[in-house]
Design a protein around this ligand. Structure first.
Ligand code: NAP
Ligand code: MG
Length: 397
């Protein structure tokens, strides 16, 4: 390797497996160069979350990052980890700094059929990774009054609009959200580029009938970017662009054959990618990459820290947690590094590691989450450590 990959460590079961993957599947085979950032909850708390910001800046500097799952703190976690502060979601912080779009694609295997039996090809989710509810301002209302949105322009002009009266009912909650045209344009461009590269149709859906200005802007910008920048390229690649309402899209997705990119606003993408992941098989069979408009890439697993498995591991159990998405986060990052630095051997290695992982599963050797779904029944259901050893064996072959 010439340039390091930004390595972002995380929490709980995924942190445990992260180290095993490096030891058994990476270090014996490649001269791995990384710049390491510890985003474990304790270190984020100790550094007042500065480490999270630094890791995102490092991704901008080097171009490629790989991230382990991390705990998003809440009151329970604050108590559990004795935290000074409640910290924001590290993913939200990193995504806000990098901007961009998260593409999530199921890793399909022949032994696990999607629960939606009409699906023939993977449904890729393109999730806008900036703004909306993830960058919202929220307030609790605890007495009579009114709430307004106020826009103070630099020239001193002021526009205000009523959000709600708290007169009859005098307590509740309010929220203000935003997005930027530039971010929405990058989101649209990233989705068209992905669809053209993969030669799959692009669907985009919002709720513009209800949110005429906010969601309406997303619809208009997608349409403008299509008309002015991608119409001909889409036609040349045989890629169709299709806009519909989000509820109509959900209904069509469940009746359809799959095989398209579904561009989703931030919250829709958060929810729908979990639906797609679990309907395709397991949360651990999903790749995830954040593509920023600056041309930098962050690879991660789509699942969380697998908290319940971690507590069992702490009690001495060798859990059967599926490491596939974590392995694919590494292979995605290594393959991108190889592409950017013209390292053919490294690119080959990334492909072989993916193949070794999938071949092991197709040969009937898998973790418990897949064993429950496998048809035919698995030959062997292994704990994570033994599974990773089998993948290493397959690599050596
Ligand atoms: P989760 O860690 O994804 O786990 C939810 C359930 O999905 C698990 O209990 C397990 O089911 C199954 N699962 C997920 N990954 C698996 C794997 N690799 N192998 C086998 N089964 C797997 O979600 P969560 O429990 O909601 O969240 C736990 C923590 O993760 C939270 O603190 C949250 O903040 C954080 N989180 C982080 C990220 C991220 O950093 N990208 C994303 C989401 C959540 P069974 O228990 O039935 O086996
Ligand atoms: Mg989610």
């Amino acid at each position: 390797m010439k340039t390091p990959i930004v390595e972002i460590d995380g929490d709980e079961m995924t942190r445990v497996l992260w180290a095993v993957i490096k030891e058994k599947l990476l270090l014996p085979f490649i001269d791995l160069k990384t710049e390491y950032y510890d985003l474990g909850l304790t270190n984020r708390d100790n550094t007042n979350d500065e480490v999270t910001v630094k890791s995102a800046q490092a991704i901008i500097k080097y171009g490629v990052g790989v991230k382990c799952a991390t705990i998003t703190s809440n009151a329970a976690r604050q108590k559990e980890y004795n935290l000074k502060n409640l910290l924001p979601s590290p993913n939200a912080t990193i995504r806000a700094i990098l901007d961009g779009t998260v593409f999530r694609k199921p890793i399909q295997i022949s032994r696990v059929k999607p629960s939606v039996n009409t699906w023939k090809a993977p449904i890729v989710i393109g999730r806008h990774a900036y703004g909306d509810v993830y960058k919202a301002a929220e307030m609790e209302i605890d007495g009579p009054g009114k709430v307004e949105l106020v826009y103070t322009k630099i020239d001193g002009t002021v526009r205000r609009i009523k959000l709600a009266d708290f007169e009859v009912y005098t307590s509740g909650v309010v929220q203000g959200m935003h997005n930027y045209d530039e971010s929405i344009k990058s989101f649209a461009r990233a989705c068209f580029l992905y669809a053209i590269a993969e030669k799959i149709p692009l669907w985009f859906a919002t709720k513009d009938t209800i949110s005429k200005i906010y969601d309406g802007r997303f619809k208009t910008i997608f349409n403008e970017i299509y008309e002015t920048e991608f119409k001909e390229k889409c036609a040349a690649a045989g890629v169709q662009y299709y806009y519909t309402l989000i509820d109509d899209a959900v209904a069509r997705v469940v009746k359809g054959e799959g095989g398209f990119l579904w561009a989703c606003k931030n919250y829709d993408g958060d929810v729908q990618s979990d639906m797609i992941a679990s309907a395709t098989g397991s949360l651990a069979m999903m790749t995830s990459v954040l593509v920023s408009p600056a041309g930098v890439f962050e690879y991660e697993a789509a699942h969380g820290t697998v908290q319940q498995h971690y507590y069992r591991w702490q009690k001495g159990e060798k859990t059967s947690t599926n490491p596939t998405a974590l392995i694919f986060a590494w292979t995605g990052a290594l393959a991108k590094r190889a592409e950017l630095d013209n390292l053919d051997d490294l690119g080959q290695f990334a492909k072989q590691l993916e193949k070794a992982t999938l071949d092991t599963i197709e040969n009937g050797i898998m973790t418990g989450d897949l064993a429950k779904l496998s048809d035919p029944l698995p030959e062997k259901t292994l704990n994570s450590w033994d599974f990773i050893d089998m993948v290493a064996e397959q690599m050596k072959k």
